[in-house]
Design a protein around this ligand. Structure first.
Ligand SMILES: C[S@@+](CC[C@H](N)C(=O)[O-])C[C@H]1O[C@@H](n2cnc3c(N)ncnc32)[C@H](O)[C@@H]1O
Length: 390
Protein backbone atom coordinates (compact mmCIF):
# COMPACT_ATOMS: atom_id res chain seq x y z
CA UNK A 1 0.00 0.00 0.00
CA UNK A 2 2.95 2.31 -0.68
CA UNK A 3 0.83 5.05 -2.35
CA UNK A 4 -1.46 4.91 0.64
CA UNK A 5 1.40 5.48 3.07
CA UNK A 6 1.25 9.16 2.02
CA UNK A 7 -0.89 11.60 3.95
CA UNK A 8 -4.22 12.44 2.35
CA UNK A 9 -7.61 13.89 3.24
CA UNK A 10 -9.82 11.55 5.25
CA UNK A 11 -13.55 12.25 5.41
CA UNK A 12 -15.57 10.50 8.10
CA UNK A 13 -19.27 10.54 7.39
CA UNK A 14 -21.97 10.43 10.07
CA UNK A 15 -25.69 10.96 10.51
CA UNK A 16 -26.93 14.56 10.67
CA UNK A 17 -26.50 16.06 14.14
CA UNK A 18 -23.65 13.78 15.14
CA UNK A 19 -20.69 15.73 13.67
CA UNK A 20 -19.85 17.60 16.93
CA UNK A 21 -19.43 14.27 18.76
CA UNK A 22 -17.46 12.77 15.88
CA UNK A 23 -15.21 15.82 15.89
CA UNK A 24 -14.50 15.25 19.59
CA UNK A 25 -13.61 11.63 18.90
CA UNK A 26 -11.26 12.49 16.03
CA UNK A 27 -9.45 15.08 18.16
CA UNK A 28 -9.13 12.68 21.06
CA UNK A 29 -7.39 10.21 18.72
CA UNK A 30 -4.76 12.88 18.10
CA UNK A 31 -5.85 13.64 14.54
CA UNK A 32 -6.58 17.19 13.35
CA UNK A 33 -10.07 18.34 12.39
CA UNK A 34 -9.73 20.44 9.23
CA UNK A 35 -13.45 21.10 8.88
CA UNK A 36 -16.83 19.93 10.12
CA UNK A 37 -19.85 19.51 7.85
CA UNK A 38 -23.50 18.75 8.63
CA UNK A 39 -22.86 15.03 8.31
CA UNK A 40 -19.08 14.67 8.12
CA UNK A 41 -15.74 15.59 9.60
CA UNK A 42 -12.59 16.17 7.54
CA UNK A 43 -9.23 15.12 8.91
CA UNK A 44 -5.99 14.03 7.27
CA UNK A 45 -3.64 11.13 7.69
CA UNK A 46 -2.20 7.95 6.22
CA UNK A 47 -3.98 4.67 5.56
CA UNK A 48 -2.78 3.56 8.98
CA UNK A 49 -4.77 6.46 10.50
CA UNK A 50 -7.82 5.37 8.50
CA UNK A 51 -7.43 1.90 10.05
CA UNK A 52 -7.22 3.44 13.52
CA UNK A 53 -10.34 5.50 12.87
CA UNK A 54 -12.25 2.44 11.67
CA UNK A 55 -11.36 0.62 14.86
CA UNK A 56 -11.89 3.40 17.34
CA UNK A 57 -14.63 5.83 16.40
CA UNK A 58 -18.09 5.23 17.81
CA UNK A 59 -20.18 7.83 16.02
CA UNK A 60 -18.94 7.75 12.39
CA UNK A 61 -20.39 5.71 9.52
CA UNK A 62 -17.64 5.53 6.90
CA UNK A 63 -13.98 6.42 6.72
CA UNK A 64 -13.21 7.72 3.22
CA UNK A 65 -9.58 8.04 2.09
CA UNK A 66 -9.10 10.66 -0.63
CA UNK A 67 -7.38 9.41 -3.79
CA UNK A 68 -7.95 12.22 -6.24
CA UNK A 69 -9.72 15.51 -6.62
CA UNK A 70 -10.57 17.26 -9.92
CA UNK A 71 -13.13 19.30 -11.84
CA UNK A 72 -15.57 17.46 -14.09
CA UNK A 73 -18.30 19.20 -16.05
CA UNK A 74 -19.98 16.10 -17.45
CA UNK A 75 -19.95 12.27 -17.27
CA UNK A 76 -17.38 11.93 -20.09
CA UNK A 77 -14.95 14.16 -18.21
CA UNK A 78 -15.60 12.11 -15.07
CA UNK A 79 -14.74 8.92 -16.99
CA UNK A 80 -11.60 10.44 -18.43
CA UNK A 81 -10.28 11.73 -15.08
CA UNK A 82 -11.15 8.58 -13.13
CA UNK A 83 -9.24 6.55 -15.75
CA UNK A 84 -6.08 8.53 -14.94
CA UNK A 85 -6.00 7.18 -11.36
CA UNK A 86 -3.52 4.26 -11.08
CA UNK A 87 -6.15 1.69 -10.00
CA UNK A 88 -3.74 -1.17 -10.65
CA UNK A 89 -1.80 0.01 -7.59
CA UNK A 90 -4.87 -0.44 -5.34
CA UNK A 91 -6.84 -3.36 -6.77
CA UNK A 92 -5.28 -6.83 -6.46
CA UNK A 93 -5.91 -9.47 -9.09
CA UNK A 94 -9.32 -11.10 -8.89
CA UNK A 95 -10.84 -8.49 -6.55
CA UNK A 96 -14.44 -7.33 -6.74
CA UNK A 97 -15.29 -3.62 -6.63
CA UNK A 98 -18.36 -1.65 -5.64
CA UNK A 99 -18.75 2.01 -6.65
CA UNK A 100 -20.99 4.29 -4.62
CA UNK A 101 -21.56 7.99 -5.11
CA UNK A 102 -23.10 11.14 -3.80
CA UNK A 103 -23.91 13.39 -6.73
CA UNK A 104 -25.33 16.88 -6.99
CA UNK A 105 -24.37 18.18 -10.38
CA UNK A 106 -26.56 19.55 -13.20
CA UNK A 107 -25.40 17.10 -15.90
CA UNK A 108 -26.52 14.00 -13.98
CA UNK A 109 -30.02 13.22 -12.76
CA UNK A 110 -29.49 9.67 -11.53
CA UNK A 111 -26.40 9.09 -9.39
CA UNK A 112 -26.31 5.48 -10.60
CA UNK A 113 -25.11 6.83 -13.94
CA UNK A 114 -22.09 8.38 -12.19
CA UNK A 115 -21.40 5.00 -10.54
CA UNK A 116 -21.47 3.29 -13.93
CA UNK A 117 -19.15 5.91 -15.48
CA UNK A 118 -16.63 5.52 -12.63
CA UNK A 119 -16.87 1.73 -12.68
CA UNK A 120 -16.31 1.65 -16.46
CA UNK A 121 -13.29 3.94 -16.12
CA UNK A 122 -11.79 1.68 -13.44
CA UNK A 123 -12.38 -1.67 -15.13
CA UNK A 124 -11.29 -0.35 -18.55
CA UNK A 125 -8.04 0.89 -17.03
CA UNK A 126 -7.47 -2.43 -15.26
CA UNK A 127 -8.03 -4.28 -18.56
CA UNK A 128 -5.55 -1.99 -20.34
CA UNK A 129 -2.86 -2.12 -17.63
CA UNK A 130 -3.27 -5.67 -16.28
CA UNK A 131 -5.25 -7.53 -18.92
CA UNK A 132 -8.30 -8.41 -16.74
CA UNK A 133 -11.45 -6.66 -15.56
CA UNK A 134 -12.54 -6.69 -11.90
CA UNK A 135 -16.07 -7.93 -11.23
CA UNK A 136 -18.33 -5.24 -9.83
CA UNK A 137 -21.71 -4.87 -8.20
CA UNK A 138 -23.59 -3.53 -5.17
CA UNK A 139 -21.96 -5.66 -2.43
CA UNK A 140 -19.88 -3.61 -0.03
CA UNK A 141 -17.91 -6.49 1.41
CA UNK A 142 -14.77 -6.08 -0.77
CA UNK A 143 -13.22 -2.94 -2.31
CA UNK A 144 -15.55 0.06 -2.13
CA UNK A 145 -14.87 3.25 -4.13
CA UNK A 146 -16.85 6.40 -3.45
CA UNK A 147 -17.32 9.39 -5.76
CA UNK A 148 -18.47 12.70 -4.29
CA UNK A 149 -19.43 15.08 -7.07
CA UNK A 150 -20.89 18.47 -6.24
CA UNK A 151 -21.20 21.13 -8.95
CA UNK A 152 -17.96 20.91 -10.94
CA UNK A 153 -15.83 19.51 -8.10
CA UNK A 154 -15.35 15.78 -7.81
CA UNK A 155 -13.50 13.72 -5.19
CA UNK A 156 -12.71 10.04 -5.53
CA UNK A 157 -12.25 8.08 -2.29
CA UNK A 158 -11.48 4.58 -1.14
CA UNK A 159 -14.22 3.71 1.34
CA UNK A 160 -11.97 2.00 3.86
CA UNK A 161 -14.91 0.85 6.02
CA UNK A 162 -16.76 -1.15 3.37
CA UNK A 163 -19.88 -2.01 5.36
CA UNK A 164 -20.96 1.04 7.43
CA UNK A 165 -19.43 1.25 10.90
CA UNK A 166 -22.88 1.28 12.54
CA UNK A 167 -22.93 -2.44 11.74
CA UNK A 168 -20.88 -3.43 14.73
CA UNK A 169 -22.02 -7.01 14.36
CA UNK A 170 -23.59 -7.45 17.81
CA UNK A 171 -27.21 -6.72 16.94
CA UNK A 172 -28.17 -10.14 15.70
CA UNK A 173 -31.80 -9.93 16.86
CA UNK A 174 -33.36 -6.72 15.59
CA UNK A 175 -36.60 -5.45 17.08
CA UNK A 176 -38.96 -2.68 16.01
CA UNK A 177 -37.58 0.89 16.04
CA UNK A 178 -34.07 0.14 17.27
CA UNK A 179 -31.64 3.01 17.56
CA UNK A 180 -28.66 2.82 15.22
CA UNK A 181 -25.49 1.91 17.11
CA UNK A 182 -23.62 5.06 16.04
CA UNK A 183 -26.54 7.26 17.15
CA UNK A 184 -26.80 5.42 20.48
CA UNK A 185 -23.06 6.00 21.03
CA UNK A 186 -23.44 9.73 20.30
CA UNK A 187 -26.40 9.91 22.71
CA UNK A 188 -24.37 8.23 25.48
CA UNK A 189 -21.45 10.58 24.77
CA UNK A 190 -23.88 13.52 25.02
CA UNK A 191 -24.86 12.41 28.52
CA UNK A 192 -21.18 12.50 29.53
CA UNK A 193 -21.43 9.06 31.19
CA UNK A 194 -18.02 7.44 31.30
CA UNK A 195 -18.46 4.49 33.64
CA UNK A 196 -18.72 5.93 37.14
CA UNK A 197 -22.21 6.32 38.58
CA UNK A 198 -25.10 4.19 37.39
CA UNK A 199 -26.50 4.08 33.86
CA UNK A 200 -30.18 3.20 34.03
CA UNK A 201 -32.04 2.46 30.82
CA UNK A 202 -35.71 1.54 31.18
CA UNK A 203 -37.46 0.81 27.83
CA UNK A 204 -34.16 -0.62 26.59
CA UNK A 205 -35.59 -2.36 23.50
CA UNK A 206 -32.77 -4.26 21.82
CA UNK A 207 -30.30 -2.83 24.34
CA UNK A 208 -28.34 -0.53 22.03
CA UNK A 209 -27.95 2.34 24.54
CA UNK A 210 -26.89 0.03 27.36
CA UNK A 211 -24.44 -1.86 25.14
CA UNK A 212 -22.88 1.32 23.76
CA UNK A 213 -22.66 2.68 27.33
CA UNK A 214 -20.82 -0.47 28.41
CA UNK A 215 -18.37 -0.14 25.50
CA UNK A 216 -17.80 3.54 26.36
CA UNK A 217 -17.41 2.84 30.08
CA UNK A 218 -14.85 0.13 29.31
CA UNK A 219 -13.07 2.35 26.78
CA UNK A 220 -13.43 -0.62 24.44
CA UNK A 221 -13.11 0.30 20.77
CA UNK A 222 -16.30 -0.74 18.93
CA UNK A 223 -14.31 -1.74 15.85
CA UNK A 224 -12.75 -4.62 17.79
CA UNK A 225 -16.12 -6.36 17.45
CA UNK A 226 -15.72 -6.46 13.68
CA UNK A 227 -13.21 -8.58 11.83
CA UNK A 228 -13.80 -7.21 8.37
CA UNK A 229 -13.20 -3.83 6.71
CA UNK A 230 -12.92 -2.55 3.13
CA UNK A 231 -9.22 -1.64 3.45
CA UNK A 232 -8.32 -5.32 3.99
CA UNK A 233 -8.94 -5.95 0.26
CA UNK A 234 -6.57 -3.28 -1.01
CA UNK A 235 -3.33 -4.26 -2.69
CA UNK A 236 -0.49 -4.31 -0.20
CA UNK A 237 -2.77 -4.41 2.88
CA UNK A 238 -0.31 -4.54 5.76
CA UNK A 239 -1.78 -7.32 7.90
CA UNK A 240 1.06 -7.41 10.48
CA UNK A 241 0.63 -3.65 11.18
CA UNK A 242 -3.12 -4.15 11.43
CA UNK A 243 -2.66 -6.90 14.02
CA UNK A 244 -0.28 -4.70 16.04
CA UNK A 245 -2.74 -1.80 15.90
CA UNK A 246 -5.65 -3.99 17.05
CA UNK A 247 -3.60 -5.32 19.94
CA UNK A 248 -2.53 -1.81 20.97
CA UNK A 249 -6.10 -0.49 20.89
CA UNK A 250 -7.38 -3.57 22.73
CA UNK A 251 -4.84 -2.85 25.46
CA UNK A 252 -6.43 0.56 26.11
CA UNK A 253 -9.67 -1.03 27.35
CA UNK A 254 -10.52 -1.34 31.04
CA UNK A 255 -11.42 -4.63 32.67
CA UNK A 256 -14.46 -3.45 34.63
CA UNK A 257 -16.81 -0.58 35.49
CA UNK A 258 -17.28 1.30 38.73
CA UNK A 259 -20.91 2.11 37.92
CA UNK A 260 -23.83 -0.24 37.34
CA UNK A 261 -25.71 -0.57 34.06
CA UNK A 262 -29.35 -1.57 34.37
CA UNK A 263 -31.50 -2.21 31.29
CA UNK A 264 -35.19 -3.11 31.48
CA UNK A 265 -38.17 -3.38 29.17
CA UNK A 266 -41.77 -4.44 29.54
CA UNK A 267 -41.33 -6.87 26.67
CA UNK A 268 -39.77 -10.19 27.52
CA UNK A 269 -38.84 -10.64 23.89
CA UNK A 270 -36.99 -7.29 23.89
CA UNK A 271 -35.04 -8.15 27.03
CA UNK A 272 -34.13 -11.55 25.62
CA UNK A 273 -32.86 -9.88 22.41
CA UNK A 274 -30.97 -7.23 24.41
CA UNK A 275 -29.32 -9.91 26.51
CA UNK A 276 -28.23 -11.87 23.42
CA UNK A 277 -26.97 -8.72 21.70
CA UNK A 278 -24.98 -7.78 24.82
CA UNK A 279 -23.54 -11.28 24.92
CA UNK A 280 -22.42 -11.00 21.28
CA UNK A 281 -20.84 -7.64 22.15
CA UNK A 282 -19.09 -9.29 25.13
CA UNK A 283 -20.65 -6.96 27.72
CA UNK A 284 -23.57 -9.03 29.07
CA UNK A 285 -21.84 -9.59 32.42
CA UNK A 286 -21.80 -5.80 32.97
CA UNK A 287 -25.51 -5.19 32.40
CA UNK A 288 -28.32 -6.15 34.78
CA UNK A 289 -31.39 -6.96 32.71
CA UNK A 290 -34.98 -7.11 33.88
CA UNK A 291 -38.49 -7.46 32.45
CA UNK A 292 -40.60 -4.75 34.05
CA UNK A 293 -42.63 -1.61 33.52
CA UNK A 294 -40.26 1.36 33.27
CA UNK A 295 -41.65 2.77 36.51
CA UNK A 296 -40.51 -0.33 38.44
CA UNK A 297 -36.92 -0.22 37.19
CA UNK A 298 -34.55 -0.37 40.15
CA UNK A 299 -32.62 2.87 40.64
CA UNK A 300 -29.62 2.42 42.96
CA UNK A 301 -28.52 5.17 45.33
CA UNK A 302 -25.55 7.23 44.34
CA UNK A 303 -26.79 8.96 41.21
CA UNK A 304 -25.78 8.73 37.58
CA UNK A 305 -27.68 8.81 34.30
CA UNK A 306 -31.22 7.60 33.71
CA UNK A 307 -32.24 7.56 30.07
CA UNK A 308 -35.41 6.54 28.25
CA UNK A 309 -36.18 6.26 24.56
CA UNK A 310 -39.94 5.73 24.47
CA UNK A 311 -41.90 5.36 21.27
CA UNK A 312 -42.92 8.70 19.84
CA UNK A 313 -45.88 7.94 17.71
CA UNK A 314 -44.16 8.20 14.31
CA UNK A 315 -43.46 4.56 13.84
CA UNK A 316 -45.21 2.79 16.68
CA UNK A 317 -47.72 3.53 19.38
CA UNK A 318 -50.68 5.86 19.66
CA UNK A 319 -50.32 9.47 20.77
CA UNK A 320 -53.04 9.40 23.45
CA UNK A 321 -51.61 6.29 25.10
CA UNK A 322 -48.15 7.76 24.84
CA UNK A 323 -49.22 10.93 26.65
CA UNK A 324 -49.89 8.81 29.71
CA UNK A 325 -46.48 7.17 29.39
CA UNK A 326 -44.62 10.48 29.03
CA UNK A 327 -46.41 11.92 32.05
CA UNK A 328 -45.54 8.76 33.95
CA UNK A 329 -41.87 9.19 33.00
CA UNK A 330 -41.97 12.65 34.63
CA UNK A 331 -43.39 11.05 37.80
CA UNK A 332 -40.77 8.29 37.69
CA UNK A 333 -38.01 10.91 37.37
CA UNK A 334 -39.43 12.95 40.27
CA UNK A 335 -40.16 10.12 42.64
CA UNK A 336 -37.41 7.59 42.01
CA UNK A 337 -34.49 9.31 40.32
CA UNK A 338 -33.39 12.06 42.66
CA UNK A 339 -29.64 12.67 42.46
CA UNK A 340 -29.67 11.49 38.82
CA UNK A 341 -29.52 13.38 35.57
CA UNK A 342 -32.55 12.31 33.54
CA UNK A 343 -32.60 12.05 29.75
CA UNK A 344 -35.42 11.53 27.31
CA UNK A 345 -34.70 10.79 23.65
CA UNK A 346 -37.73 11.54 21.55
CA UNK A 347 -38.90 12.70 18.14
CA UNK A 348 -42.10 14.22 19.52
CA UNK A 349 -41.63 17.45 21.46
CA UNK A 350 -45.36 17.80 22.11
CA UNK A 351 -45.31 14.48 23.94
CA UNK A 352 -42.16 15.54 25.77
CA UNK A 353 -44.13 18.42 27.32
CA UNK A 354 -46.16 15.82 29.19
CA UNK A 355 -43.06 15.02 31.26
CA UNK A 356 -43.73 18.27 33.11
CA UNK A 357 -40.16 19.05 34.14
CA UNK A 358 -37.90 21.86 33.06
CA UNK A 359 -35.34 20.81 30.46
CA UNK A 360 -31.82 21.88 31.25
CA UNK A 361 -30.40 21.08 27.82
CA UNK A 362 -31.72 19.96 24.45
CA UNK A 363 -29.41 18.23 22.02
CA UNK A 364 -30.65 17.90 18.42
CA UNK A 365 -30.29 14.53 16.67
CA UNK A 366 -31.84 12.72 13.71
CA UNK A 367 -33.15 9.17 13.95
CA UNK A 368 -33.39 8.14 10.28
CA UNK A 369 -35.09 11.25 8.90
CA UNK A 370 -36.97 12.14 12.06
CA UNK A 371 -35.70 15.20 13.88
CA UNK A 372 -35.26 14.23 17.53
CA UNK A 373 -34.05 15.76 20.75
CA UNK A 374 -32.15 14.42 23.69
CA UNK A 375 -33.73 16.33 26.58
CA UNK A 376 -31.79 16.64 29.79
CA UNK A 377 -33.45 17.07 33.20
CA UNK A 378 -31.58 17.86 36.34
CA UNK A 379 -33.42 15.77 38.92
CA UNK A 380 -31.83 17.26 42.00
CA UNK A 381 -34.15 19.09 44.43
CA UNK A 382 -35.41 22.27 42.78
CA UNK A 383 -35.74 21.16 39.18
CA UNK A 384 -39.34 20.14 39.92
CA UNK A 385 -40.43 23.71 40.47
CA UNK A 386 -40.62 24.60 36.79
CA UNK A 387 -43.33 22.52 35.13
CA UNK A 388 -44.21 22.41 31.42
CA UNK A 389 -41.42 24.56 30.10
CA UNK A 390 -40.36 22.30 27.20
C1 LIG B 1 -38.42 2.94 20.81
S1 LIG B 1 -38.21 1.43 21.63
C2 LIG B 1 -36.60 1.55 22.35
C3 LIG B 1 -35.56 1.21 21.33
C4 LIG B 1 -34.18 1.05 21.92
N1 LIG B 1 -33.56 2.32 22.21
C5 LIG B 1 -33.30 0.22 20.97
O1 LIG B 1 -32.25 0.71 20.55
O2 LIG B 1 -33.70 -0.89 20.62
C6 LIG B 1 -39.27 1.60 23.03
C7 LIG B 1 -39.32 0.39 23.94
O3 LIG B 1 -40.13 0.72 25.05
C8 LIG B 1 -40.77 -0.48 25.50
N2 LIG B 1 -41.92 -0.09 26.34
C9 LIG B 1 -43.12 0.41 25.94
N3 LIG B 1 -43.91 0.64 27.02
C10 LIG B 1 -43.20 0.31 28.12
C11 LIG B 1 -43.45 0.34 29.53
N4 LIG B 1 -44.63 0.77 30.00
N5 LIG B 1 -42.47 -0.04 30.37
C12 LIG B 1 -41.29 -0.50 29.88
N6 LIG B 1 -40.99 -0.58 28.57
C13 LIG B 1 -41.93 -0.17 27.68
C14 LIG B 1 -41.10 -1.22 24.24
O4 LIG B 1 -41.23 -2.60 24.50
C15 LIG B 1 -39.89 -0.87 23.34
O5 LIG B 1 -38.92 -1.92 23.42
Amino acid sequence: MSELAQKSGIVITCAKGIAPFLKGEVLSLGLPVLSEGVASVLTEGRMEDAMKLNLSIRTGQRVLFLLEEFNAKNPDELYEKVSRIPWEEYIPEGEYICVTSSVETPTIKDSRFANVKCKDAIVDRMKKKRGWRPDSGPNRDRIVIHAYWKGKRCQIYLDTSGEPLSRRGYRRIPLKAPMQETLAAAVVLATGWEGSGSFINPMCGSGTLAIEAALIGLNRAPGLLRSHYGFMHLKGFDEPSWKVLRKKIKGLGKSGLRGKIIATDISEQAVEAARKNASTAGVDSLIEFGVTDYSETPVPDGGGVVILNPEYGERMGEIEELKVIYKGIGDFFKKKCQRYTGYLFTGNLDLAKEVGLRTKRRVPFFNSNIECRLLEYDLYEGSRKYPNSN
